[in-house]
Write a protein that binds this ligand. Structure first.
Ligand code: MV4
Length: 446
């Protein structure tokens, strides 16, 4: 096993990785920007290196500074966490070229899944149903119109180098396609330095379902069930749950079985997630994320598997510690993302935490680097805590969630806690009836 791991991230996820390392007896190196010198993950680390000023491109995205920090401290391996450099294939390759272990998938798998057109083709080759669409990027209006006619309108234009929803454009007919194609190409170029776009049939009210997977690159592959991530706004997830209240056991088995078989075929190493849209009883693969995800704890709650520990063990060369038959998915888990934001207009609310009391008790997990007196900096993502609650049933989970949201005190800043309190009382949410548009409608009702 590694002796020392450098954690190339910040906040709650850096703390999450630090905890997994310390449980395995691994020393940690925290790298941080000048804005994060007082952060809890930095305070708890065995060694710290300041890698630059607050803007992420000068610190958390600064590859030479991170590699230098690993060299100076004599780290064996680097965990990228999520966001920042986690899905940067060039970073993963550079880490390895410098003689460190990258705690994640191979650079080739990161690159493959980063190209959304290639990823879909690969998924299809591995027997996974994909959204009907253009098999390749379209380069001009003639190609786009031909593809759209074959797919059927309405169609969505998506950036091949994209993901996460940025730059998507809807076209309901050939005239709209003519207008939207250059806009989609320009946005793709601006956001991803690559103007390649592809087409898909537009699904109007899907659920967003993803499968948590872990492979060891040595033939071992498991799934930890699915997560329903439909409760979102502007592509920002607010609440996730597992299992999805929208799936029956047969659909779940089909989906997870296909996904894990494909993962094994890929020879994939580390944690990964296949994302699907689910509508009218049909699954459609859209993307694969080649990283640990924010919402991974709910899968840990119902499976008992420490996903970060498995990432560390596998990166150190060990085979997966589980076969699928060892995994028992039991009960229900929900995560509420608590952001430092105004709960009505979602404007960031950084500042000093004047008072802090986290909930506890049976079935409760709080992943957060907050503490009383901490100053939430204004430079980064507004996620400051994740409240994860377990129940034997969804009903029990919801009752416990209500109780823990009531108990949670975060003073001095605005948070999304009041919004979570409101939305878990909604009749349709309580019945599990929602799709990716549900939250927007809920917010519009006031
Ligand atoms: C779609 C779609 C409808 N039809 N693709 C947005 C994020 C990116 N990962 C894929 N996205 C979508 N792709 C087709 N063919 C609707 C969305 C979408 C969405 C997907 C998942 C979660 C939230 C979403 C919010 C708006 C749109």
């Amino acid at each position: 096993m590694f002796e020392k791991v450098l954690i190339a991230n910040r906040g709650e996820i850096a703390l999450r990785i630090h905890r997994a390392c310390h449980e395995l007896g691994i020393k940690t190196v925290a790298v941080h920007s000048t804005a994060d010198a007082q952060a809890m993950n930095v305070r708890l680390a065995d060694e710290t290196v300041c890698i630059g000023p607050p803007p992420a491109r000068a610190s958390y995205l600064n590859i030479p500074a991170i590699l230098s920090a690993a060299t100076i401290t004599g780290a064996d391996a680097i965990h990228p966490g999520l966001g920042f450099l986690a899905e940067n294939a060039d970073f993963a390759a550079a880490v390895e070229e410098h003689g460190f272990v990258f705690i994640g998938p191979s650079p080739e798998h990161i690159r493959l899944m980063g190209d959304k057109v290639r990823a879909k083709a690969e998924a299809q080759r591995l027997g996974i149903p994909v959204v009907p669409g253009s098999p390749e990027a379209v380069h001009d209006i003639a190609e786009a119109e031909m593809a759209a006619r074959a797919i059927g309108y309405p169609v969505l234009l998506k950036a091949a180098a994209g993901g996460g929803g940025r730059g998507m454009k809807l076209a309901r007919d050939p005239a709209e396609l003519g207008q939207q194609l250059p806009l989609a190409q320009a946005e793709a170029r601006a956001a991803f330095a690559d103007d390649a776009v592809y087409l898909e049939r537009f699904l109007d009210r899907p659920r967003h379902i993803e499968v948590q997977l872990i492979g060891d690159g040595q033939g071992g592959a498991i799934h930890l069930g699915e997560r329903d991530c439909s409760v979102q706004r502007s592509h920002q997830k607010l609440l996730e749950e597992t299992p999805s209240p929208g799936l029956d056991d047969r659909a779940r088995q089909r989906l997870t079985g296909l996904a894990v078989a494909a993962l094994q075929q890929l020879g994939y190493r580390s944690s990964g997630t296949m994302e699907f849209l689910y509508q009218d009883g049909t699954f459609y693969f859209i993307e694969m994320n080649t990283r640990l995800q924010v919402e991974h704890p709910i899968s840990e709650m119902i499976s008992g598997v420490d996903i970060v520990r498995e990432q560390l063990r596998i990166a150190a060369g060990a085979p997966l510690g589980y076969r699928q038959s060892d995994i028992r998915l039991q009960g229900h888990a929900i995560e509420c993302r608590i952001n430092a934001e105004n709960p009505e207009n979602f404007r960031p609310s950084p500042g000093r935490i004047s008072e802090y009391h986290a909930p506890g008790g049976l079935g409760v997990r709080v992943d957060s680097a907050l503490y009383q007196g901490y100053e939430v900096p204004p430079f980064y993502d507004s996620l400051v805590a994740k409240l994860i609650v377990y129940g034997a049933s969804r009903e029990e989970c919801l009752m416990r969630l209500r109780r823990t949201l009531e108990e949670y005190v975060i003073g001095g800043i605005e948070t999304t806690i009041p919004l979570h309190q409101r939305l878990i009382e909604d009749a349709d949410f309580r019945r599990g009836i929602y799709d990716i548009h549900w939250l927007e409608r809920f917010l519009a009702r006031g």
